[in-house]
Design a protein around this ligand. Sequence first.
Ligand SMILES: *Cc1c(COP(=O)(O)O)cnc(C)c1O
Length: 446
Amino acid sequence: MKFVSTRNPGGPTVSFPEALFRGIAPDGGLYHPVEEPDLRALVRSLGEDASYVDCAAALIEGLFGEDHDAEQARRLALKAFPFQPRLRSLGPGMELLELFHGPSCAFKDFGASFLAATMEEELLRGGGESYIPAGRAIILTATSGDTGSAVAHAFAGRRNIDVVILYPSGRVSPLQEKQLTTLGGNILALEVRGSFDDCQRMVKEAFSDPDLAGRLTLTSANSINVGRLIPQSFYYVYAFAQLREREEDELVFCVPSGNFGNLTAGILAWHWGMPVSGFIAATNANDVVPRFLETGVFTPRPSVKTLANAMDVGNPSNFERLQHLFGGAGSMPIRGLLTGLSVPDAVIAATMKKTWETRGELLCPHTAAGVYAAQTFLDAERAENTLVVTLATAHPAKFVEVCREAVGVEPEIPERLACLLERPKQSVLVDNTLHALSRELLNRFT
Ligand SMILES: *Cc1c(COP(=O)(O)O)cnc(C)c1O
């Protein structure tokens, strides 16, 4: 599988490892697969009895067969996915695909863990390529909380990789801070005296600094990396395989969305041959994509703060990929497959409360937006033969305050989060300047 920039579809192609380590194309575009593999037969061959690792291994081989035979594909799948999604019923026509059983309790674990496993595999080959000359790399990333914790857990203990995470001092939740700062080893947490924007600016400046570039191999692990995008398509195929024997003959996925990476991955799976009838994009009050689907006009706007804060995005970066997938500016084909609904905070809170009272299920606010959109879709279509699978993107325990406010209950904290709270914080306090960051990097890694 080769990759090309969304900004120059006829331009030069790069290999998967190169796309992984470069992260973003030199022209500023996003990497996107050139070929459209036909995985229809492969998807059809997977049934209810296929485990998550079976599905992932089959897809890795199907997509990257030139680099991974069946045995290597299975080894990579086992290494990347020691945790699994779980399906559970949420009433007639409604399924939840729980994606929060990984180490950081959110779906981002799937993408981050696959990225870490593939990068480690490439680096252990010894380097020599222009993008990893010495066979070692440093992941440099800024976080406002959630992405950083998935990345930290995914890379902890991986060989030949160090991770440097910048986070704004005093501006992440206590649990998020523990997730970033208690791993130690190859994970360095830099606590920046400044805002998240400062952290992002420092990372950007470091990437374009010629002195650092000459001395260190810096790479990013942000959500637009194809190494995080592609593995997110695996759980759609897994859910499809699990549910294909059901009597309902239409399957629709409902995806709580912010940057639209998760949804793009589902649409990729559809593109490659997973026969589902549609997708629902559930957003919070940040409604640029639902508006686009209604009007055909895409108007990015500054984001507004909501209860579902991991989806507070006013200019979703993966929109460029969705457009690329559907052949440029024309929005008609995308509108046939995708519907959108923006769910305001009051409705998110009411859905959390209602689902708790009627089913005893505590949802995180993002998942609640999805469940509401799924129910609205089912009601509007009066679709008796339709099954909607809503992606449960995070564990409610990551949003204790929201659960307390909206539902009046305390979520149970899973053991893997609870034990982090006991560990000591290890971070290095730095000023919000490139100079401070460079000094830290050069001291440690040269
Ligand atoms: C990141 C995130 C989302 C949004 O996913 P995108 O791929 O950015 O659309 C939704 N829910 C949770 C809990 C998240 O962490």
